[in-house]
Structure formats: C-alpha cells, structure tokens
Design a protein around this ligand. Structure first.
Ligand code: AFP
Length: 336
C-alpha cells in the first residue's frame, strides 16, 4: 500500500532542526497558518465572480496600484490569520502604508511577516493565476517590531508563496531546500507533491514584460536579443512565457529552469525605476530560488544583499537557473 502523503504540518515538524531554536515553534505555527489562510483564499477566488467580489474598490494603494476588492479582503484575511498564529509581532502588507503591530505576539521570539496577500491581482478579472508571497524575519525583541522587516534579504528565516492556478500550490523554505505542496480542496489540507525542488542549471524559457524593451538598460536589451537569436547548438532561441503574475512565472522557472526578469526602467539612467516590491515580492522569491540552487540578481548585485530602508521599496530582479542568471550579469557588465 502506498504511504500516506505528508501533510504541510507534518513536513513543518520535520524541518524544525533547520529553524533557529528560539524561533522554532513560532515559524512553524506561522507558516502553517499562512497555509490555512491560503486554503480560504483559494475558496474565495473560486467563488468571487459569483459573489460579486471581483472589480475595484476605488482608490489606490501605497504603491499607486488601483486596489481591488479581493486585495483588501486578502489583506484582512491574512492579518486575522497572522494574529491567530500567536507568533507574528508585525505585518508589513502591500495594502498598508505602515507595518501593523500585533503587540500581543511581541517579545524576543516575535516574528515579522512581509506579505503580498493577492499578488498579480490585475489577472483576477480574466480568471488568470494570482498568488500570495510571504517572508519571515525575527523581530529581535524590537518594539515596535515593524522596523525589523527592513535590512537585508539574507536575514529572512523563512519565505514562500502560494499559487492559485488549476490547483493551489504552496511552496516554502526555512533555509534548507524548497518544498512544494498541493491543496486537497475536499480536506482543505496541503500535501507534499514536490519535495526538495532543484532548479535546472540552465533553462529554455524566459519571462519578462517585453513591452518595456525600449526602457531597459542596454545590457538587459542585449541579453534578451541574445536569448532570441537562433543558435541550435547553443539551445537558442529561448521561448517566451509571461503571465503578469510573479508567482506563476517564478513557479514555472523553479520547476523548468530559465529566467524570470523584471528589470528597472532605465529611461533616465541617472534614476533607474524598478517596479516590483523588495520586501514582499523580490526578496522572498529570491530566497526561495537560491534555496533551490538558483540565483537572483539585480543585474549587477545579489538581490539578498540589497538593504531595504523603506517598507515599499522597489527592486529590479533577474532570477532563475544559475547559468542563465550569470550570463545576464555578464551582459550587464559588458554592455552599457
Ligand atoms: P498586480 O498585483 O498589480 O497585478 O502586479 C503584479 C506584479 O507585481 C507581479 O506579480 C508581476 O510579475 C508584475 O507586477 C507584472 O507587471 P507588468 O504588468 O508591468 O508586466
């Protein structure tokens, strides 16, 4: 008889040895709770059109994006879940200007969570894939705890994402490999389906919003030109795949290899303008990709070394197969 599938909570228990001792029960409680919230979000997404929950709220968030009803609902639902975990001392959300303090979970063992509850929400109205991205750092006894979210991505204790696609997939790391689970919707439980994910050294696919081509750094343009130039022996051209939801594009990259890129707008080279948010998009995804054996770079430096000084700071990212990302960096070094 086949072994019973490993549940997310069983798997979290098996990872305890890799979590810093003082944060061990908290991190597991928190990730388990994000999993429960994800199951609720998946349910809501399946029924949103029927319940008139699609569309805009009116108004924009701190990043200037138009806010959708499900963005706000996702934020409130995640906040309630994090509160209930008893381990989260502060929540940095795409939908809130400042960190939300949860003083009852403060103290030396408190954790800080950065999260985009519904990432890629412009896909919602066309029934496209969306995701949740999260990152966990230690509050280190700080009061208020929110500022502990700042600093480098290397300080993350855990990170992961949920992809609401044909199936709902939960992927996480506590710094010891990357593990993927699929939601059994009947039981509301995540089961291990992708143990110890390793990204291929090199891929055949790249994902980028090519409509922005003319505003890229010359190295970025030269690199994409290279990927598109046929050379059968060298495995080119690469194929282009891009969904407009970072979670879906990174998930494909993680499993199949290749690249996901969102470079800065370089129209004014003195003031490059990246788009994606460092704390709850770029840094957690970079941690996951590195843990699977991949790389994540801005084109010129390792993403996880970037210092966040603001909660909604933006950063450029080129992540994926290590050989592909190294080649992108070479193009940045030599074109310019
Ligand atoms: P939304 O949440 O506003 O849809 O943004 C999604 C996102 O932050 C990220 O998930 C995508 O990779 C990226 O933006 C897509 O941006 P473009 O529409 O500029 O390609």
């Amino acid at each position: 008889m086949a072994d019973a599938p490993v549940t997310l909570s069983e798997h979290l228990a098996s990872q305890q040895a890799f979590i810093p001792r003082e944060h061990e029960p908290g991190v597991a409680a928190l990730i388990g709770r994000v999993g429960r919230v994800a199951a609720v979000i998946a349910q809501e997404l399946a029924h949103a059109a029927l319940r008139d929950r699609l569309g805009y709220m009116g108004g924009t968030n701190v990043s200037g994006d138009e806010v959708k009803k499900l963005d706000i609902w996702g934020h409130e639902t995640m906040l309630a879940g994090l509160r209930a975990s008893g381990a989260c001392a502060a929540f940095v959300s795409e939908e809130a200007q400042d960190p939300i303090e949860i003083p009852e979970a403060g103290g030396a063992r408190g954790l800080v969570v950065c999260c985009d509850p519904v990432d890629g929400s412009s896909n919602l109205d066309v029934n496209g894939t969306v995701g949740t991205i999260f990152s966990v750092k230690a509050a280190r006894g700080r009061v208020p705890a929110g500022p502990a979210a700042l600093g480098r991505g290397t300080e993350q204790i855990a990170a992961g994402y949920v992809m609401y696609g044909p199936a709902t997939v939960f992927v996480y790391t506590v710094g010891h490999g990357v593990h993927g689970f699929t939601l059994n919707p009947e039981a509301g439980e995540f089961l291990l389906t992708h143990g110890d994910i390793r990204i291929p050294r090199r891929g055949k696919v790249y994902g980028i919003n090519e409509g922005n081509y003319s505003s890229w750094h010359p190295g970025q343009r030269a690199f994409v030109d290279h990927l598109r130039t046929p050379d059968k022996a060298a495995g080119r051209p690469y194929s282009l795949r891009y969904s407009g939801a970072m979670v879906a594009d990174v998930h494909r990259t993680l499993l199949d290899g290749g690249l996901f890129m969102y470079p800065a707008d370089f129209s004014d080279p003195a003031r490059p303008k990246p788009k994606l948010r460092l704390l709850y998009e770029v840094a957690p995804m970079s941690f996951v990709v590195e843990q699977a054996g991949g790389r994540a770079s801005t084109g010129t430096e390792r993403v996880l070394e970037l210092e966040a000084t603001e909660y909604h700071q933006r950063a450029a990212v080129i992540l994926g197969s290590p050989d592909d990302v190294a080649l992108a960096e070479e193009f940045y070094r030599t074109s310019g």
